[in-house]
Ligand binder design. Structure first.
Ligand SMILES: NC(=O)C1=CN([C@@H]2O[C@H](COP(=O)(O)OP(=O)(O)OC[C@H]3O[C@@H](n4cnc5c(N)ncnc54)[C@H](O)[C@@H]3O)[C@@H](O)[C@H]2O)C=CC1
Ligand SMILES: C[C@H](O)[C@@H]1OC(=O)[C@H](O)[C@@H]1O
Length: 255
């Protein structure tokens, strides 16, 4: 056989922040690939909307309306929802940013960004790993950023969390490889979502992005979910600890 299996038939995936932007694109691509999906986000209406989209693709959707920082409660709710099914794929996608100069960062802002982007992702990965170990199979996908690898003007604390996601990916891959749990990350450059909407409406800002982007365009969400399906499927079984920068070439742009 030459073409590996990119399907996720009958699998159960969890996508945090799966109601908008990158998370929604990944959740729908997983459903299109045959998986049932547990969505975790705060807004019940958005959860119901994406849930219906998943069901229209012929798959089951389960919704958990919680702030990702309530990871203890989330673990309990996932336990109930999964009803004994293993978790095949867990995507740590939920994330946020408060863009400010380093000297202006407040402790509250620090706590909010660190808890949302990093602390929750770690403890939910710990939970997902405990389930996956029993089946000796699992895929954890962490949504980092080019900001975890390059200095960006969009905030030092966010960048720290995204760099931490890359290192967490490597360390969990090292510890859990013996259980055939693959842990990888995706590092996006700019994609049109609510997180970046305001910035991408500024022509000068977009021009500055394109100057740093060899492909000279902003990414399309379906160009990112493809990397997620690869990492989630058997096609990615021999890749672990890696970060796939889906970035239009930005991270290789020297001069
Ligand atoms: N859009 C982009 O250009 C890039 C995005 N990223 C990362 O991709 C991930 C998704 O971002 P986007 O789709 O762009 O953003 P978005 O704002 O469109 O969606 C973020 C999702 O996370 C959820 N979320 C945020 N904070 C939450 C919380 N405290 N509790 C529960 N859910 C929460 C939101 O409800 C939403 O569903 C983030 O981790 C972000 O850092 C990384 C690089 C570039
Ligand atoms: C590419 C970054 O992850 C993304 O760009 C932004 O402006 C967001 O705040 C993130 O930093």
């Amino acid at each position: 056989m030459y073409l590996p299996d990119f399907r996720l038939d009958e699998q159960l995936a969890v996508v945090t922040g799966g109601t908008k932007g990158i998370g929604r694109a990944i959740a729908l691509s997983f459903a299109q690939s045959g998986a049932d999906v547990i969505l975790i986000a705060r807004n019940q209406k958005h959860l119901e909307t994406v849930s219906k989209e998943i069901e229209s693709l012929g798959r089951r959707a389960y919704v958990i309306a919680e702030d990702i920082s309530n990871y203890k409660v989330i673990k309990e709710k996932v336990e109930t929802v999964r009803d004994g099914r293993t978790i095949d794929v867990w995507v740590n996608n939920a994330g946020m940013n408060i863009r400010s100069e380093a000297e202006d960062v407040t402790e509250d802002e620090w706590e909010q960004i660190i808890n949302t982007n990093m602390k929750s992702a770690f403890f939910l990965s710990q939970y997902a790993g405990s389930i996956m170990k029993k089946k000796k199979r699992g895929k954890i996908i962490n949504i980092s950023s080019v900001g975890g690898h390059m200095a960006l003007r969009t905030g030092v604390v966010y960048a720290m969390t995204k760099s931490a996601m890359i290192q967490m990916t490597k360390n969990l891959a090292l510890e859990w490889g013996k259980y055939q749990i693959n842990v990888n990350a995706i590092g996006p450059w700019y994609f049109p979502t609510s997180l970046t909407e305001e910035l991408l409406q500024d022509d000068d800002y977009v021009q500055a992005i394109l100057e740093r982007t060899p492909l000279k365009r902003i990414g399309k969400l379906e160009e990112l979910s493809g990397a997620a399906v690869f990492l989630a499927s058997d096609a990615g079984n021999y890749m672990t600890g890696q970060t796939l920068f889906v970035d239009g070439g930005m991270t290789i742009y020297g001069f």
